[in-house]
Design a protein around this ligand. Structure first.
Ligand code: DGL
Length: 267
């Protein structure tokens, strides 16, 4: 492991690309190796035991590339299996999206009422409420699972009428709860941010943990002397467990850059 080693990032599918984008913006000279477990997405409706097994598999795939750190670009894994990831990669640092999102929300709220939307597994784990209340026990956390958002994002239904209907269905109740801040507690959700924002109306700050994770990554690499000194801008190395072509098209749609090479790996 050295300064030139890649940063390993994983998610169940395309959601983690929102984190890749933020890392590229903050650290353009870092090499990125991204794994999307497209054969087994979505993780959110699965049991804790299954999610923990997937987290170990995903980490093992990235470890083959000797990364200098791992970013868990999946709230579901961050909520239920962060310790499995840490155990599976022994001595390299691991950052999960959940803590960064919770921290940012606590900094932003003025009225101490924070909404969190996420997958079924993340919401049921109560991990956001726990992380937020560790930082400030006076904050009220109101959560809502939005399971259909993940397949909609995976289909590229960014601005589709169906997405608008689904958003209306999920967000009507939480909108009336007096929250001033809403955490997008699933990395797929920033892909649907425009529809989510329109449905919520004005006056609610939206938290996307990707930027906070990117800043924390820069801090961590700098503290440990592991920032890549290169001046070359790297193209991420992309791996998926199924349908590389579909991933490649979606990558182009979300990242706005040319069709990348996507390799297939077995899980
Ligand atoms: N993007 C992931 C998350 O942040 C997983 C979504 C899923 O696969 O259900 O939770």
């Amino acid at each position: 492991m050295n300064t030139e080693s890649p940063i390993g990032i994983f998610d169940s599918g395309i959601g983690g690309l929102t984190v890749v984008k933020a890392i590229q913006a903050a650290l353009p000279h870092e090499r990125i190796i991204y794994f999307g477990d497209t054969a087994r997405v979505p993780y959110g409706p699965k049991s804790e035991i299954t999610i923990r097994k997937y987290a170990a598999d995903d980490t093992a795939i990235l470890m083959r590339y000797q990364p200098k750190m791992i970013i868990v670009a999946c709230n579901t894994v961050s909520a239920l299996a962060l310790n499995i990831v840490e155990k599976s990669c022994s001595n390299i640092p691991v950052i999960g999206v959940l803590k960064s999102g919770a921290k940012l929300a606590v900094q932003i709220t003025n009225n101490n009422r924070i909404g969190v939307i996420g997958t079924q597994a993340t919401v049921c784990s109560n991990a956001y409420a726990y992380a937020i209340n560790q930082l400030n026990p006076d904050i009220e956390v109101i959560s809502q699972a939005c399971p259909l958002f993940v397949p909609l994002a995976e289909e590229g239904f960014i601005n589709h009428p169906v997405t608008k209907l689904v958003a209306e269905h999920y967000l009507t109740e939480i909108r009336t709860q007096g929250i001033d801040t809403l955490v997008l507690g699933c990395t797929h959700y920033p892909i649907l941010r425009q529809v989510i924002e329109e449905t919520l109306g004005s006056g609610i700050s939206i938290i996307d943990s990707a930027e906070a994770v990117a800043l924390r990554t820069r801090e961590l690499l700098s503290e440990s002397g592991l920032l890549n000194p290169s001046h070359k801008v790297s193209v991420p190395n992309l791996l998926v467990s199924d349908l590389p072509q579909k991933f490649s098209m979606l990558y182009q749609l979300f990242m706005g850059s040319a069709l990348p090479n996507v390799d297939l790996v077995e899980v």
